[in-house]
Design a protein around this ligand. Structure first.
Ligand code: MSP
Length: 513
């Protein structure tokens, strides 16, 4: 486990309100941050908003306000959404922040001085949705496949970054670091792209066409292209080039994005870093797209899924669980409320909720309402063995970003524990006082299993984990890690057990309308 961990989400455009796609990436980042903190790694988690460029200027104009006013309003929506989803970001960056503007100008000057930026003329097909020129290959039926709009032919004098100069270096770097971009399908996509000669990157926009951007340090008549501005946020957040944050967290950076912005992150960003004399990031983790009722989410289709509506209706932990359990990292997934309710009822209400409530009820009954003295034999405990196996599986899943697999492993353990109760029949043993020792050992084992489950689910469902620990009398301030799973210094004999309200009430069809 690395000593320091730096995780970033894309900085989101402020031309639309947050939806389930933004929530997913940010929740995944949060799970990773919580997991690493649990291991004692010094963790820095950054999210924020991307506020310059055509798109925002256009949206502000439509709304009849200045771009700054517009950006302030939507950025505030993102900023206030995250605590509601229990997101524990350490920093929220805006590209209109003064320190970011300074960093962008600093990098531009550096690259300009080293001779990797030149002035030239370029004509090409520009997609305003992507905010970049598209190559011939990327245009399908005269349209940008991502935005369904015809690109516009634009020809103008601009500044260019010599990205082509770094093509061979990048191919070589990706081949030598096979998990630089993961999962593999996205690495292959980038390599496939790099089979054709790479164009230089147009990194400016004349102010005659766009004013809403960062002025180039070497030409007042131009603003910086929005991607060259936005990507630099990842080092602004670390106070580059000053202080020790940058030293501590770079290059151990892990970027998290969806497949829509693979090219800027997989090609522009590493070559920009190289040109600026900065080491490449450690991993680019790429996930798929959430669709809604089998189609792409869009305002016009009216199928945009809003995170707060779901949280208010079903609870935050259920929402987080569904997103993390249902998407195979790297592949697309379909959101349907019906599938959500099904999972909530089966995995959360039935498997986990019932396990917690019946274990607590029985232990209260058979152990005088308190955590009993440990008298179980560790070496004979099947639950102990299964819990340690689960920890190993969870660690492996986190290492290769398969968070859904971590949840599958945890649920296997929950099911083993449920089966254990059925096999041991504590209610039968409870009928004869001669079985008391045996019964207490079983109940203690079950409390240890709940302790393990609470720790294992805590990065995913922090609230439910806290409630379980509270019910088994574990002090919240106790520092728990995966190494505390099945450790006997967590439960305190004699602490009262409390029956809480149902962790995940079942949703019936009638009240799901
Ligand atoms: N501003 C750029 C990113 C700059 S990063 C230096 C941008 N912003 S965005 O608002 O369009 O956000 C795109 C990201 O939002 C995706 O990469 C993904 O993280 C998330 N998602 C938005 N819609 C999504 C889905 N439908 N499904 C999954 N995630 C998606 O691009």
């Amino acid at each position: 486990m690395p000593k320091s961990f730096y995780i970033t989400t894309p900085i989101y455009y402020v031309n639309a309100s947050p939806h389930i796609g933004h929530a997913y990436t940010t929740i995944v980042a949060d799970v990773l941050a919580r997991y690493h903190r649990m291991y004692g790694a010094e963790t820095f988690f950054v999210t924020g908003t991307d506020e310059h460029g055509d798109k925002i200027a256009e949206a502000a104009q439509k709304a009849g306000v200045t771009p700054q006013e517009y950006a302030d309003k939507i950025s505030a929506q993102f900023r206030s959404l995250w605590p509601e989803l229990s997101i524990t970001n350490d920093y929220f960056i805006r590209t209109t922040d003064t320190n970011h503007i300074e960093t962008v100008r600093n990098i531009l000057q550096k690259v300009y001085d080293s001779g990797d930026i030149y002035f030239g003329s370029y004509g090409g097909n520009y997609c305003f949705g992507c905010e970049r020129f598209l190559t011939e290959k990327e245009i399908v039926d005269n349209k940008c496949p991502e935005h369904g709009r015809e690109p516009q032919y634009i020809e103008e004098k601009n500044y260019f970054f010599k990205m082509s100069k770094y093509q061979d270096w990048l191919i070589d770097y990706i081949k030598k670091h096979p998990d630089f971009i993961r999962p593999e399908r996205y690495k292959n996509e980038v390599l496939a792209f790099l089979r054709d000669p790479l164009d230089d990157l147009c990194i400016s926009r004349p102010k005659t066409r766009l004013q809403w951007g960062i002025t180039l340090p070497f030409d007042e008549n131009y603003v910086t292209y929005v991607w060259f501005d936005a990507l630099i946020n990842y080092i602004t957040a670390l106070n580059y080039p000053h202080g020790d944050k940058f030293k501590k967290f770079w290059p151990a950076a892990q970027h998290l994005i969806a497949k829509d912005i693979l090219k800027p992150h997989g090609i522009y960003w590493p070559t920009m870093l190289k040109a600026a004399g900065i080491e490449p990031y450690r991993h680019l983790n790429v996930h798929g797209y959430w669709n809604s009722d089998q189609s792409k989410m869009s305002k016009s289709l009216g199928n945009v899924v809003r995170p707060l509506d779901l949280k208010d209706k079903y609870g935050l932990d259920a929402f987080r669980y569904f997103l993390l359990r249902d998407m195979v990292f790297g592949l697309d997934s379909n959101f349907s409320e019906e599938a959500f309710v099904k999972r909530l009822n089966s995995d959360l209400a039935n498997d986990l909720g019932n396990l917690v409530s019946r274990t607590i009820t029985m232990t209260i009954k058979y152990c005088d309402g308190k955590v009993p003295q440990s008298n179980y034999k560790k070496k004979d405990s099947v639950l102990h063995k299964a819990a340690l196996k689960t920890v190993a599986e969870v660690e492996a899943s986190f290492n290769d970003m398969s968070l859904h697999k971590a949840l599958i492993a945890i649920w296997n353990f929950i099911n083993v524990t449920n089966k254990y109760i059925v096999e041991k029949e504590p209610w039968t043993l409870g009928k004869d006082p001669a079985n008391r020792e045996k019964l207490i050992a079983i109940m203690y084992d079950l409390l240890m299993a709940l302790q393990a489950i609470a720790i294992l689910i805590s990065p995913f469902m922090p609230q439910a984990a806290g409630k379980i620990l509270q019910q088994i009398g574990v002090d919240e301030s106790k520092k728990l890690t995966l190494a505390s799973v099945y450790k006997e210094n967590v439960l305190t004999a004699g602490n009262p057990l409390t029956r809480g309200e149902s962790l995940f009430p079942r949703i019936s069809r009638e009240n799901n309308s």
